[in-house]
Write a protein that binds this ligand. Structure first.
Ligand code: SF4
Length: 450
């Protein structure tokens, strides 16, 4: 049986697609399948934004590098919006025939769509509609495989369902281990010239899910047992792919594992970035991590108000957060902070407490990434709304994406009030940033901003 894995437009084309590499690895390890992969997102961008791909290698300074991404971000945002609108109106997006022809649907028994971001669902819908007309079997997977796209293919949302789907079609199972040291992940399907980055940045996952799983706003973590991938497998993946820059995509990494990663990366001279919760157990290891190649951490700080942190069940203490940021900064690591405003019941005073927290610690902060809380199906705050002062939840339907959730709170800032307030204080946040804001959308690129 011959299978094609595709990654549809649109998401930032600055890093290799982890989902395609790991899905191919999983299927190859477990099934006797012939598999090709196709990053249609990269194919679209290479065509539409050819001048940026050329310029990215000509930039001489970090300022020029940031400027290029600023221009790209502005132009691409408009292109994505225009094309998504076209799909909503039943029209084909740009380069559709050319992109569709790359699929060569007659060569395959099945086409699998990997949907990681909601923004991929629009172009994917146009492709899926066309494949449906040709009676091609399509399967869908990934965190964004929701909403109307599900009408065009079979959803396979677990490893077991995926294996069952193929074995029921007569594909033979294989007995191999995904994480065996001699079976590392292989990124050789992805040519670096397809990616908008002056160096190749490898995405890597080191565990199955977040081990904490408590934050009451969160729907990121997979509902599977926590499993740390074998050290030898990680090391061989870095070696096989000749990795120099790595973005670790785990939602969280435990302290002991951070130390293991730095031990693996140090002799290979790999520079890496990761995402962490600023807890006090991390104090005392920053220098060792820096010497093991850690260059940037995106911290889930969320708020500068302890009541809100406790309501979020973030499991962090304000004082420890400040200490962790200070130590990390002094070790030479870039600190990027995730801040979430307007968690249900947050007052204006508590909102401003976060701004004051950021200003107080500005010396140790490189970039602040803000968002306004959005209630999501599956989050603890969605399942027990009363505990968070949420009086009413409404879901409206959308053309392509899953329904939009809105809510009414008994006290504190509403989303609109938070948005207005954010506009008023944005200049104070901008004054803190040392890294250009454009890298919020492609955080792995901060590894090259030097
Ligand atoms: S926000 Fe991060 S640390 Fe908290 S549960 Fe989600 S993935 Fe885990």
């Amino acid at each position: 049986m011959k299978l094609l894995l595709v990654y549809p437009p649109f998401c930032t084309p600055t890093i290799l697609p982890y989902s395609l590499a790991s899905l191919k690895h999983f299927l190859k390890t477990n099934l006797d399948l012939e598999i090709d992969v196709l990053d249609l997102n990269a194919e679209f961008h290479k065509r539409k934004f050819a001048q940026y791909y050329k310029r990215v290698h000509e930039t001489k300074t970090k300022e020029e590098y940031a400027k290029l991404f600023q221009e790209f971000e502005k132009e691409s945002r408009e292109v994505y919006a225009k094309n998504n609108k076209a799909v909503v109106h039943g029209e084909n997006p740009e380069y559709f025939q050319e992109i569709f022809s790359l699929i060569h649907s007659n060569k395959y028994d099945c086409i699998a769509f990997s949907l990681v971001y909601n923004s991929q669902c629009f172009y994917a819908t146009a492709l899926l509609k066309e494949l449906q007309k040709q009676n091609v079997t399509c399967i869908l997977g990934g965190p964004a495989a929701k909403g109307k796209t599900l009408g065009y293919g079979t959803l396979l949302d677990s490893e077991q369902k995926t294996l069952d789907f193929f074995t029921e079609k007569g594909v033979q199972k294989k007995q191999a281990n995904f994480y065996a040291a001699d079976n590392p992940l292989d990124f050789s399907d992805f040519s670096q010239e397809n990616y908008l980055s002056k160096e190749r940045i490898l995405p890597l996952k080191t565990s199955s899910t977040c081990f904490y799983k408590q934050c009451t706003f969160c729907t990121h973590f997979a509902l599977v047992p926590y499993k740390e991938y074998e050290t030898a497998w990680l090391e061989n993946t870095l070696k096989k792919n000749n990795a120099k820059y790595v973005f670790i995509i785990d939602d969280m990494i435990a302290k002991e594992r951070l130390l293991v990663l730095s031990q693996i990366c140090k002799p290979l001279q790999v520079e890496w970035a990761c995402q962490l919760r600023p807890t006090s157990d991390l104090l005392g290891i920053s220098k060792e991590l820096y010497s093991g190649g850690l260059r940037s951490v995106s911290w889930g700080v969320e708020s500068g108000c302890q009541r809100i942190l406790d309501l979020m069940k973030k499991g962090t203490e304000i004082q420890a957060v400040q200490d962790v940021l200070k130590e990390s900064h002094e070790a030479g690591v870039q600190n990027i902070l995730y801040i979430m405003f307007a968690f249900p019941t947050e007052t204006k005073e508590e909102y401003m407490e976060t701004i004051e927290f950021l200003e107080k610690n500005k010396e140790h902060i490189d970039l602040v990434c803000t968002s306004i809380f959005g209630l999501q199906r599956g989050a603890k705050a969605f399942d027990s709304p009363k505990d968070y002062g949420i009086l009413e939840i409404k879901e409206s339907t959308r053309t392509i994406l899953q329904g939009n959730v809105t809510y009414v709170v008994s006290q504190g800032l509403g989303n609109e009030e938070a948005r207005i307030l954010q506009k008023k204080v944005q200049h104070r946040i901008d004054r803190i940033n040392k890294i250009p804001k454009v890298f919020k959308c492609s955080r792995e690129q901060v590894l090259l901003y030097k």
